[in-house]
Structures are given as C-alpha cells and as structure tokens.
Write a protein that binds this ligand. Structure first.
Ligand code: NAG
Ligand code: NAG
Ligand code: NAG
Length: 401
C-alpha cells in the first residue's frame, strides 16, 4: 500500500503542536485542582450498569484527614478512620486512599494491585443483590469488581485462581475488594471451593427476600432470556422447555406456557427441581455454607426491607465489613418520581431499572400452594439464623391480597 510521507517541515510542526497540546493539558490539570470541591463524575457502562469513575481532587484530603490507624483484617490493612460527615468523605477518602489518584499512588504506600476478594456477594438471585451492590459502590473504602459477575466456581471451574484475581479491580491496602455472583448460593460444593481458593476468613454477603415473590420475579426474568439461554446451551431457539442450571443436582430452569404450569407438576405438587423454585430453598443452601464458614462471617440481609429503605442495612453491612462509617441520611435520598432510593453522594445517581417486565398474574391458589411449600424452609431458616425475616409470619391474605 502506498503511504503518504510527511515532509520534514510538517513533521516539525506536528511535534510542536503535540508539545503545545501536552503543555495545555498539563496546565489545565493543575489549575483544575482546588477549583472544584468534588471531582467531575464520568460514567462508564459496564454491562447494563453505570460504574462511577470519579476524577477527584486530592487537596481536600490533605488538610482534613489525619493519618489513618490500621486494623488487620485477614492479612489486609483496613482503615478505621471515622469520617467527618460534615465534609465530603467520599472525595476525601477516595483522593487519599484510592488507586485512582495518581498523586496518592506516588506519595503513599497504597500497594495498589488486584487482590482476591475480601468480600463475596453470594446471592440470592433476584433478591436485590444488584441494589445492594449499587449502593455499596458508593462506599469509598470498598471496591467492587467491574466485571458484572465472575462466576468462578459455577461457569468457570477450571479457570485458574490467578485469572480470577486478575478480574478484580486494583485496590489499595486501605480498601476492600468485592465480587458478587448470586449463582454461588445454591451450589453445594462452592462454599468449600471458596474457602480453599480464596480464604477461610472471607466475609460473605447474602440478601434474601420472600421466596414466592422471588420465584415470580425469576420466572419473569427467565422468560425474557430463555431463548438466549437455550441457544447458548444448544437447545435451539425455543421459547419454552428445560435448560440445565445446576446439573450435579439435576436442577433446570423449566419454562412452560404459564407460571403455574412451570412451577407445578402435573399432579399439582410444587416442582422443586425447577431452578425457579429450588433457589428459594434458602435454608437448604444456607446449611451448606454454615458447614464451611462460621456464622459470623455471613451477613444475611432482608431484601424486602432493603428495597423499602436501604440505609439501616447499608450501615449494618459497613459495620460487618469493618469499613469506616460512611452511609447516613445524607448519602441516599428517596426519588419520588422514580419511587425508589438513589445515591445522593458523591452525586445523584439512581439505579437503572431493567425495562419494566410485566409480572404474570398468578392464581391465588398457586400462591397459597407456594407459601405452604416454602413454610418449612422458612421455619428452618428462622432456626438456623435465630431471627425472623420480614416475609415470615404474614398470613397469606396479607401477602397475596
Ligand atoms: C468536622 O469538620 C468541621 C469543619 O472542618 C469541624 O468544624 C468539625 O470540628 C469536624 N468534626 C470532627 C468530629 O472532627
Ligand atoms: C432429572 O429431572 C428430570 C425432571 O424432573 C427427571 O425426568 C430425571 O429422571 C431426573 N434425572 C435424574 C438422574 O434424577
Ligand atoms: C419469630 O416470630 C414468631 C411470631 O411472632 C415468634 O413466635 C418467634 O419466636 C420469632 N422467632 C425468633 C427467632 O425471633
């Protein structure tokens, strides 16, 4: 191919222009510092979610925060700074302790690198794991993997742990690393695999909600993605049928013409081998985790309460993780137009709701059947955890009415 060469004169001019541009860029970078209180947010779309990437100003942090005191969490140092809520702690903390700040990297021993997670969100699917993750991303001392779900031990059991580590974001020694894959919760061998491959001291976040509502929400979701799932698993492009979900336990997603025919057998009993039902057997799954991990390492949140008001459980989560206190009434707000809570800080940001899928109308009789089916599992969950969840002990009319 014939290429047009630059004449000596024009290449000198090009070099000059480049140099001038670099100077302008460098100068404007400097003058921006101190001008703004908060950095300007830029968004990057990761999957369907917006991940905030703040360009932050480091000067703030210099004056206002003293030296952090450290606590060893596993082998990591996690800052125990009590943030001054009359300031903008997000900005302060990020700028000073985050690997996104070039200056901090140069001047402090942040030890920035990709680390295996300190925290894993293990599920459960369709219980609010996305909302929990959305709000936790607001916490300056927690860094959640940008990869939507790593699926290390279900989809990629042969992928090396080194590769898994490389999926994690670069964090400083003052931050925690988190990953969430809700599918982990239901598989019997995953708790032991996590203890073996990551750490026995890892902290686990689990969010649960009314299992019947979860099933309906799951069905609606699966209905949408079923043709794609079926195609991927070489089942053609069928809209109905069976797609293996968890083959070791013979669990599949079964989608028939209606919700009823999908979750009930022909004799009218509940089909617990349908992943749509199986996922809601919380106590069954939780027993497996409690066999491997001490109970104090698993925080169980109530997804039905979380969607009504996330704040108390966000505070419980940061305290469980040993993070500096960050979440308070200033950090979130209720968006009246949208009808749900959003992040107020470091700038207003609401979760993007997936296009409003219409839930099927489920017969009262089917709902009763499902609540009765789940009752013993809920009872066992109450015994296992020593607490009641918000959906328990409601009478059926309250729930189905
Ligand atoms: C928080 O910051 C404000 C303003 O700088 C200061 O007046 C106040 O004393 C600080 N509070 C604490 C608890 O450090
Ligand atoms: C798996 O489940 C399907 C449908 O419930 C059933 O027909 C089949 O016999 C099961 N296979 C095994 C090995 O249990
Ligand atoms: C759960 O609620 C029921 C009914 O109010 C009560 O009898 C039971 O003691 C509660 N269980 C726990 C663990 O608090």
């Amino acid at each position: 191919m014939k290429r047009k060469c630059l004449s000596p004169r024009s290449s000198v001019a090009a070099i000059c222009i480049c140099f001038i541009l670099i100077m302008i860029f460098a100068l404007s970078g400097n003058s921006r510092q101190g001008e703004q209180l908060l950095g300007s947010p830029t968004h990057r779309v990761s999957g369907s979610r917006h991940v905030s990437q703040l360009t932050l100003n480091s000067r703030q942090g210099e004056q206002l925060l003293g030296s952090p005191t450290h606590r060893v969490s596993g082998s990591r140092h996690v800052s125990q700074l009590t943030l001054n809520s009359s300031q903008h702690p997000f900005t302060l903390f990020q700028s000073r302790w985050s690997c996104k700040n070039e200056r901090a990297i140069k001047t402090r021993n942040l030890d920035c690198k990709s680390r295996l997670p300190d925290v894993i969100g293990i599920g459960a699917k369709k219980c609010g794991t996305g909302a929990l993750e959305f709000f936790l991303r607001g916490h300056p001392a927690l860094h959640i993997a940008a990869v939507v779900e790593a699926h290390q031990w279900d989809w990629h059991p042969t992928r090396s742990i080194e590769k898994y580590r490389q999926l994690m974001p670069r964090t400083s020694q003052y931050q925690l690393t988190m990953e969430k894959t809700p599918a982990y919760f239901v598989a019997d061998d995953i708790p032991a695999a996590i203890a073996r491959d990551v750490s026995r001291d890892i902290k686990l976040l689990l969010i649960l909600r009314d299992p019947v509502k979860r099933a309906i929400s799951d069905y609606t979701h699966i209905l949408d993605v079923f043709p794609k799932m079926a195609r991927k698993q070489r089942y053609g492009t069928r809209r109905r049928g069976r797609v293996p979900k968890y083959p070791q336990a013979n669990i599949s997603y079964v989608i028939e013409d209606t919700f009823e025919t999908s979750v009930l057998n022909e004799d009218g009993t509940v089909n617990a081998d349908n992943a749509i039902i199986f996922t809601g057997l919380y106590s069954r799954h939780l027993r497996n985790w409690f066999k491997i991990f001490p109970r104090k390492q698993i925080l169980i949140l109530d997804g039905d309460l979380f969607s009504k008001n996330p704040l108390p459980q966000l505070q419980a989560t940061e305290s469980f993780l040993g993070l500096p206190k960050y979440f308070d009434a200033d950090k979130i707000y209720f968006d009246k137009a949208k009808g749900f809570f959003c992040l107020a800080m470091p700038y207003k940001l609401c979760m993007e709701r997936t296009k409003g899928r219409k839930h099927p109308k489920v017969k009262r009789d089917t709902l009763r059947k499902l609540y009765t089916f789940y009752e013993p599992y809920d009872k066992e969950l109450e015994i296992l955890t020593g607490r009641n969840f918000s959906w328990m002990n409601l009478n059926n009319d309250e729930v189905t009415g």
